[in-house]
Design a protein around this ligand. Structure first.
Ligand SMILES: Nc1ncnc2c1ncn2[C@@H]1O[C@H](COP(=O)(O)OP(=O)(O)OP(=O)(O)O)[C@@H](O)[C@H]1O
Ligand SMILES: [Mg+2]
Length: 223
């Protein structure tokens, strides 16, 4: 489903400095896999996820999505693939402060102008799953950090994505809520959808079907 071929990513900082965040990564993630991406801070996990999820372009190398080379597609085409097939849970929840819980969850739909009445039902359903059905009208500042993360999780699923990209989805979440999140991913995965999750927590990584370990921008192990 997603294949990365010899991916390099170099970030420039000012004129002089460069950071080689990824140094020649080749990896294929098949449809229906649940993959955990682990490694020390700064090893390139978020960069890997951003490139696989078509949020960033590699400096060198090829990204294929559903067999198609998407590296050189226009921003518009890449955005369309993301909107139709991908769901993202970022390292920080990034909710819109002026929208309430349900509106934040429905945002990907309203942005794509594909909003239907049944979407609202699905949004309410997802929020119930993450234990927030009594907080539909709250604005983000009226939610705890863990609750905001769960809103972001429901938002990632609103489009019924083929692939979920999750960056530390259980960071700053208590153990009970971490289990809710993982169970939701496992259920989603059991329906044949793909989950790619970055985590520091080896116990959570063990829940995935496969572990990709990065170290200093290189693939250390893929098991
Ligand atoms: N936009 C950017 N501009 C410059 N350097 C960046 C940028 N994003 C990441 N980096 C650098 O690239 C390297 C890899 O960063 P990345 O965020 O992928 O690591 P990570 O494994 O996700 O770390 P963490 O576990 O702390 O989230 C780091 O050295 C980081 O400082
Ligand atoms: Mg990161």
């Amino acid at each position: 489903m997603i294949s990365l071929e010899n991916i390099h990513k170099t970030y420039r900082i000012g004129r002089e400095r460069k950071v080689h965040a990824l140094k020649g990564i080749s990896e294929t993630i098949h449809a229906g896999e649940f993959v955990a991406v682990v490694g020390p801070s700064g090893s390139g996990k978020s960069t890997f996820l951003a490139i696989a999820g078509l949020l960033e372009r590699p400096t060198e190398g090829t990204v294929r999505f559903d067999g198609k080379d998407v590296t050189g597609l226009s921003d518009k085409e890449r955005t369309r693939i993301r909107a139709e097939q991908c769901g993202f849970v970022f390292q920080f929840p990034s909710l819109i402060p002026t929208l309430n819980t349900l509106e934040n969850v429905l945002l990907p739909k309203t942005l794509c102008r594909t909003y239907k009445k049944s979407d609202e039902e699905w949004g309410r359903n997802l929020l119930a799953r993450v234990g927030l059905d009594d907080k539909l009208d709250n604005l983000p500042y009226q939610l705890s950090g863990g609750e905001q993360r769960r809103v972001a999780l429901a938002r990632a699923l609103i489009n019924k994505p083929d692939v979920i990209f999750a960056d530390e989805p259980t960071g700053a979440v208590d153990e009970y809520n971490a289990i809710i999140i993982i169970e939701l991913f496992k259920e989603w995965n059991a329906q044949g959808r793909t989950v790619i999750m970055v985590t520091h927590d080896m116990k959570l990584a063990a829940e995935a079907g496969r572990i990709i370990q990065l170290e200093q921008g290189r693939l250390k192990i893929s098991i």
